[in-house]
Design a protein around this ligand. Structure first.
Ligand code: ATP
Ligand code: MG
Length: 330
């Protein structure tokens, strides 16, 4: 059971997952239809939709629900149930081979992107899923426009593509450190003060183009607090098994926190659309964040009305004949 914290102005309601009132509830027995309806309602709270009036300060980094260790088993079960529903939808998407889904993750370091990808995608068929991590661009990538390396990694029809960072880095890290822009091979006369506005426009158009061609896009900003990041960094330093995850560059980027938050806000305001929305996920609690993510993905896939391909009468007749032949085999 979860105890609801005092109500907050921030958009991060206490009703978790599957809750009625302030209690966590076992959703594993719900029908698929009901489960999808819950996923829709639950994830909607974090969906920005049309970003015109977006303000980051209205979104909490904390789920605003007091989750104790006793809630862990139910949180785990909730995530597993969501992943199961996701796996079923993915199976249909793969069989239908028409739609694709692009899921983008952006966040400050240690916000939990890697863990979310690992847990949310754990139960699905690896054949139908492609994960791409985008780091600082290589020399070859810098020889092209910034969308080039992403276009090359777009999911095929029938598949889910996960971008661990994406072309959005080009309006985030590159905006926070303009020196990166000037050191790139972009002709100087194109690096004008309008560049960010123009990039937002290009991204909106690009995502529209992808949507019109059968790629559904959803985008997650894992909204972690500066305080929680500090805690996770210290954990990475203290725990030898986590040392590999920490780099001094991460600590340096932390000094630009305010600039990053401004850039995230501008990015979401300018690129969240009803068709390809941003979700601002409270990320100070990892388990909660994963449940938000799986709910949003289930909802996005459910909206595609996926179905197994219909088999023609001729094909059914052929299958029956083959079955009979198999049964008759000596
Ligand atoms: P982890 O959580 O393991 O640290 P990560 O996604 O931060 O995962 P890293 O290898 O640490 O992976 O970092 C990738 C770095 O590449 C980030 O600091 C990111 O800002 C940077 N990066 C990504 N795209 C670009 C880009 N277009 N230009 C410059 N830097 C970029
Ligand atoms: Mg990093």
């Amino acid at each position: 059971m979860a105890r609801k914290k005092k109500s907050s102005e921030k958009k991060s309601p206490g009703k978790v997952v599957s809750t009625t009132g302030s209690k966590l509830e076992d959703i594993s027995k719900l029908s698929r239809k009901e489960l999808k309806e819950r996923a829709r309602k639950f994830s909607k709270q974090y969906c920005v939709g049309d970003g015109a009036d977006f303000q980051l300060k209205k979104y909490s980094t904390d789920p605003n629900i007091d989750l104790g260790p006793e809630d862990k088993p139910l949180m785990k079960l909730t995530l597993e149930t969501g992943v199961e529903a996701l796996a079923e939808l993915q199976d249909k998407m793969y069989a239908q081979d028409k739609w694709s889904l692009l899921v983008i993750f952006q966040a400050m370091d240690a916000a939990g992107k890697d863990g979310a990808i690992k847990h949310v995608m754990s139960g699905i068929n690896p054949q139908g899923c492609q994960v791409t991590a985008f780091k600082a661009p290589s020399a070859e990538e810098l020889d092209h426009d910034y969308l080039w390396r992403c276009q090359k990694n777009m999911p095929e029809r029938g598949r889910i593509g996960i971008f661990n960072r994406s072309y959005y880095e080009d309006v985030l890290v590159v905006r926070v450190h303009e020196s990166i822009l000037h050191a790139s091979k972009l002709p100087e006369e194109l690096a004008t003060p309008d560049i960010w506005k123009n990039r937002f426009k290009d991204i909106r158009n690009y995502e529209k183009y992808l949507s019109r061609n059968g790629t559904r896009i959803i985008k997650f900003f894992l909204n972690v607090s500066k305080k929680e990041q500090k805690k996770r960094f210290i954990e990475r330093i203290d725990n030898p098994e986590k040392n590999w995850k920490f780099s001094s560059a991460d600590a340096k980027e932390r000094n630009y926190w305010g600039d990053y938050m401004k850039s995230y806000e501008a990015m979401i305001r300018n690129t969240s659309t009803r068709e390809s929305p941003w979700y601002v996920v409270p990320a100070d609690n990892k388990s909660f964040a994963r449940i938000v993510i799986v709910s949003a993905i289930v909802n996005a896939m459910d909206e595609l009305n996926l179905a197994y391909p219909r088999v023609s009468k001729e094909k059914i007749a052929e299958l029956k004949t083959i079955k009979q032949a198999l049964l008759d085999e000596k």
